[in-house]
Design a protein around this ligand. Structure first.
Ligand SMILES: [Zn+2]
Length: 250
């Protein structure tokens, strides 16, 4: 178990699972200093409880740092299903580690079970929740969820798409109120088979992705006509898998 956790935190997931408990007093002290830095009087009636309240809020928003996300990836006993499973629109609220400002959005998780192993739908939501309740980057949040599901459930493929609005971008700086960041992580069968990926994307976005279909058709034509060798074909597929929804390597 210890080796597994070390390996996960080194290579895949972002945080160690053994996190120290939150020091509420220390956070409250810091918040008092922020208030002073703003030229406020932390002792005036409206602000007296603020440091404690903010400390408790941060503790709640980072509760996933003190949880083992892998605990949610336990296959349902006795149930078997072999078709693609997609859970759409899981609400997430996370905190950008660069600004300690929230980002909120939707997470979509798709996977293709192997040997009928499936996960309870609420477990997928819990997985997204545990990773989002940490100091995060959206890119890492996306790959954390995908990697943990892929390692724990060993499905044929996993795809995770997150669309989120970052308050550090919508309320300050460039102030693009409607800007949304879309990240995706694609593993296993979804990575190697553009048709399956396009099908999942169509189900997630609710619309057909014509471009992807066209590319897929061209790909099929090429491979059946032998105009590209195995190597060329693999390159093309890799291009397809990285050139999809504005994927950013985290
Ligand atoms: Zn930020």
């Amino acid at each position: 178990m210890a080796t597994k956790l070390t390996r996960q935190s080194d290579n895949h997931t972002s945080q160690q699972n053994e996190h120290p408990a939150v020091d509420l007093d220390l956070i409250a002290q810091g918040v008092r200093m922020i208030l002073e830095g703003l030229g406020e009087d932390p002792e005036r009636p409206g602000l007296q409880e603020t440091p404690r309240r903010v400390a408790e809020m941060y503790a709640e928003l980072t509760s996933g740092m003190r949880e083992d996300a892998a605990q949610h990836v336990v296959p349902l006993p006795g149930d078997k299903h072999d078709e693609m499973v997609i859970v759409k629109d899981i609400s997430i609220a996370s905190m950008c580690e660069h600004h300690l400002a929230p980002f909120v959005g939707k997470c979509h998780i798709a996977y293709i079970p192997r040997d009928g192993r499936i996960l309870g739908i609420s477990k997928l939501a819990r997985l997204a929740e545990t990773f989002s309740r940490r100091l995060q980057l959206q890119e890492r949040l996306t790959t954390d969820i995908a990697n943990t599901l892929f390692e724990g459930l060993k499905p044929i493929g996993v795809m995770v798409v997150i669309e989120a609005a970052h308050t550090c971008m919508t309320l300050r700086g460039v102030r693009k109120a409607d800007a949304k960041t879309v990240t995706s992580a694609v593993l296993g069968g979804f990575r190697t088979d553009p048709r399956t990926r396009a099908e999942a994307m169509a189900l997630i976005t609710g619309k057909e992705c014509r471009r992807a279909r066209w590319r897929t058709r061209r790909q099929l034509y090429r491979s059946t006509n032998g105009s590209a060798g195995i190597k060329g074909r693999r390159r093309e597929w890799q291009f397809l898998s990285t050139g999809f929804v504005g994927r950013r390597e985290g």
